[in-house]
Design a protein around this ligand. Sequence first.
Ligand SMILES: *Cc1c(COP(=O)(O)O)cnc(C)c1O
Length: 330
Amino acid sequence: MTRLTAISNVVISHAPTPLEKLTNLSAALGVNIFVKRDDCTGLAGGGNKTRKLEYLLADAQNLGADTLVTIGGIQSNHARQTAAAAAKFSMGCELVLEDVEGTPKQDYYQNGNALINRLCHANTHLVPEGSTMDECVEQLLNKLNKQGKKPYFIPMGGSNELGSLGYVECAREIVQQTQQQDLSLDHIVVATGSGGTQAGLLAGFIAQKQTTPVLGICVSRSGAEQQHIVEPLLQQTLALLDLDRDLGIGHVHANGNYYGAGYGITTEQTREAIKRVAALEGILLDPVYTGKAMAGLIDLCEQGEFAQGQNILFIHTGGSQGLFAYQQEF
Ligand SMILES: *Cc1c(COP(=O)(O)O)cnc(C)c1O
């Protein structure tokens, strides 16, 4: 683990984030639900991308970059946290964002994460119809280079092996906190999209020889497709930690039963889960990721997949800023 501290010299997140019990939800479901509050990492509202950005920013600084470039949907939480990190480190920020079909339109373009991007002085480039995101990024990088800038490109969701190191660190916190609280976890549940969060958590647990299963609830694709994204990333992350890549085989579990019609499109179950957790716990989930993951967790409890009395840790990866873009659905 010493190598990790050597890689990141950038500290942004308010870590360790709390690990606390959701007493009312636990009573309602008959299982013990705990939450890791990574919605409280601090960067312009926080969320899981902040931990990844610590490692990505360190790399950008080492390379002498002056501008962060990244991609996502218009309401990307990752783009918003990147914009905030760029502001904090006095760097430029260029966001290449695409519209997401099937999302509500009333507040989608200007409110929520889009508003915060503007406040942090990020430049947004919308992918025009008939053009691809890759083409847009290539043109933008060429333009920035011609202007004498030094851009640093961060992939979708900050999900490469470097970004995943942020969740290796989170796994270390979880092991420490559960030991302090004398808590033995039966399952960990997390929303999984670009995959770096689940890959990093698994790499971190494997590195510490912990075997608690980490179930990813897919937000945009089938379990099998998601596994094909997360497993290679887990192996690359293990390699970066000087561990055997093969240790990652067979650990990626992903459930594709809760994403509905696609990325960014809420389901009835998602909206119910968001309302229920707000009303019972005063905790805000989000319409794109954690609402779907919580809908999955609740359903798996009700189906008896998670047995009465078990200890389940839900990773709250943030995103509630996106609620303001979806207000008409509530
Ligand atoms: C990006 C994001 C996720 C998914 O994390 P990945 O590392 O992309 O799988 C989950 N929750 C929220 C709120 C996010 O913004």
